[in-house]
Design a protein around this ligand. Structure first.
Ligand SMILES: Cc1ncc(COP(=O)(O)O)c(C=O)c1O
Length: 385
């Protein structure tokens, strides 16, 4: 029985065939250490790593590919950005929809380094207004950090407008693009984004263990890690040169090779085409779910554009049980629980119950949506609903 994979917000699957091919090619044909040797295999590995930087730069409108630093995931990139930038006494504005990958490093910096945090609240549709963020600005505000799209509710943040506001006030601006890189257009120059954190394993169709951070060229962070960089080994301190400053230790070359193939797939397919398909499936699912008594969908009104993420609860069935039945009896993979974002669950009113999250990717089809709807109807019937 084919698995219907509806957990793309956690990690997209399946991947384009080129991704695994690029990884296998790396391991089998040139798997040397990039940037650590002058021999041909090492140079080839360096070339492939740089090639992935170039493709990411093209996708995100980044002028210098060496302003992009590879990380293991979006969480590591966000930790580098937040811990490397915040200073004692700094005020940070963020939102009440953040993932723990933003909230926890901020709360750590508050506890250990005395920063102050304002969590901006969304409106009844869970949407953010730039005005609310403007009202939170203080003279000591040094950073605004927002998620581009909520991993629970699918709401989309107006990142270009917030970027404009941040630039007007000279405030550094960090965007968490974990749910939107490869899915929505992102242009760091046009959107005035100073730092952009992204995973490789979601909408960029790369493998797990990949991600990265863009940091504007004139911004300097305290590195999260100190260690070997291949170049300038004579220095006792971490070098200032990019990308070495924020890339200590051997890189995940096979993963980065796979990520390069994933980004190439996104560039060739087009972000707009990917988005159009995901939104079509999401709209179809929202329409179907709206007809079903006993099913509660959270997030903005269904006419409002959202990411391909639908959180729901079903009367009389616990979220974890529903996900278990979908998996065991129908081979439909979804996620249940709190999705690393208790803040968003509080906002949605599901802090007690959790929710089942359905999330589509480019490789899902309308048949997958219909299979989900049929399964939900059968499960409700079996529970006597
Ligand atoms: C909004 C958001 N931020 C950050 C992350 C963390 O991403 P990663 O799993 O790549 O560390 C996620 C993961 O789901 C997310 O949805």
């Amino acid at each position: 029985m084919r698995t219907i994979y509806l957990d793309n917000a956690a990690t997209t699957w399946p991947k384009p065939a080129e991704v695994s091919r690029a990884m296998v090619e790396c391991v089998e044909e040139y798997g040397a250490n990039p940037g650590r040797g002058g021999h041909k295999l090492s140079m080839k590995a360096s070339k492939v790593v740089y090639g992935t930087r170039v493709k990411l730069a093209q996708l995100f409108g980044i002028r210098n590919p060496n302003d992009i630093f590879f990380a293991a995931n979006a969480t590591q990139a966000l930790n580098q950005a937040i811990k490397g930038f915040c200073k004692p006494g700094m005020h940070v504005i963020t939102t009440a929809l953040e993932h723990n990958s933003v909230r926890r490093p901020l709360e750590f910096m508050k506890r250990e380094h005395g920063i102050e945090i304002t969590y901006s609240k969304p409106d009844a549709n869970h949407l953010f207004s730039v005005e609310e963020i403007r009202k939170a600005i203080r003279p000591e505000t040094g950073l605004i950090v927002v998620t581009h799209g909520s991993n629970l509710l699918g709401t989309i943040t107006p990142i270009a407008e917030i970027g404009k506001l941040a630039r007007e006030h000279g405030i550094t601006y960090l965007v968490d693009a974990a749910q939107t890189a490869g899915v929505l257009p992102i242009h760091v120059e046009e959107m005035a984004i100073d730092m952009l954190a992204f995973p490789g394993h979601k909408g960029l169709y790369g493998p797990q263990g990949t991600g990265g951070l863009y940091v504007r060229s004139d911004l300097s962070l305290v590195p999260l890690l100190h260690g070997g960089t291949g170049g300038q080994s004579e220095l006792a301190d971490q070098p200032d040169t990019r990308p070495d400053r924020y890339e200590s230790g051997t890189l995940n070359t096979p993963g980065i090779a796979g990520l390069g193939a994933g980004v190439e797939f996104v560039l060739q397919t087009g972000v707009d085409t990917i988005r159009e398909k995901e939104w079509k499936l999401t709209r179809l699912a929202l329409e179907e779910l709206a007809q079903m008594p006993g099913i509660h969908v959270y997030g903005p009104d269904r006419q409002i554009e959202r990411l391909a993420v639908i959180p729901l609860t079903v009367d009389g069935i616990e979220a974890s049980e529903l996900a278990y039945i979908l998996d065991q009896q129908y081979n439909i993979a979804v996620r249940s629980g709190f999705h690393c974002t208790p803040l968003a669950h509080e906002t949605a009113g599901t802090a007690e119950t959790g929710a089942v999250r359905i999330s589509f990717g480019y490789f899902n089809s309308e048949e997958d949506v219909q299979a989900l709807i049929t399964a939900l109807k059968e499960i409700q019937e079996a529970f006597g609903m």
